[in-house]
Design a protein around this ligand. Structure first.
Ligand SMILES: [Ca+2]
Ligand SMILES: [Ca+2]
Length: 215
């Protein structure tokens, strides 16, 4: 399907060409989201039987949901960023804002699992480019990474993004993830309003501010 403005590979929700696929299986989920790895398909049934449930409840604490500080602590402890610097609180806030589907401002169990799946894919993708494990990639590598995810954006837009997310001309893992999270969330937000699937949407001012500022 040719879809102006988005990926040429089916875009959002399609497998990422060039992304490492070993050890993970992507399944198109509801709303174009992907279910990853050990959690294919949509989740149903008692979460008690899920190996991740007890971990989730321990992290979430008494309110049963994960806020940005709990998320930062947990991501640091699980070492998902590996040898890379831990995620900043701002990136954790963006992660929650993006995946907060039931509008509680915190992460429920399914939202948490979705994040872990996405993080693993982004990390694999980042590591593919950061071959010397320096913790940062060059702008042209970041461009390749973004394009390999199926987003079709102009060189000018890509340059703007690279400027925003780079430090001294390099992009660190934390900023890379923040960029991926936002790109995915904003594309999803846009697509939901793009009824004609033409890559063009009329945004009332208030709606635009809500969509962009809330992430
Ligand atoms: Ca909590
Ligand atoms: Ca939530």
């Amino acid at each position: 399907m040719s879809y102006p403005g988005y990926g040429g590979h089916g875009g959002y929700g399609a497998p990422m060409p060039g992304a490492p696929t070993h050890g993970m299986q992507m399944v198109a989920g509801p709303g174009g989201y992907q279910a990853y790895g050990a959690y294919p398909g949509s989740f149903s049934g008692a979460p008690v039987n899920d190996p991740m449930w007890s971990y989730f409840t321990a992290v979430a604490g008494q309110d049963g949901e994960i806020d940005s500080e709990e998320l930062q602590r947990c991501l640091t402890q699980t070492g998902i960023s590996g040898s890379y610097s831990p995620f900043s609180i701002e990136t954790c806030r963006i992660m929650i804002a993006m995946l907060d589907r039931d509008m509680t401002s915190k992460m429920g169990f399914n939202e948490f699992k979705e994040l872990f799946g996405a993080l693993n894919v982004w990390k694999q993708n980042f590591m593919m480019f950061d071959q010397d494990r320096s913790g940062a990639v060059e702008p042209h590598e970041m461009s390749q990474a973004v394009l390999s995810m199926g987003y079709r954006i102009s060189a000018q837009t890509l340059n703007g993004i690279l400027k925003r997310y780079s430090k001294n001309g390099r992009i660190f893992f934390d900023d890379y993830v923040a960029c991926c999270v936002k790109l995915q969330a904003l594309t999803e937000t846009f697509k939901r309003r793009d009824n004609m699937q033409q890559g063009v949407v009329n945004f009332p001012y208030d709606d635009f501010i809500m969509c962009t500022m809330a992430i």
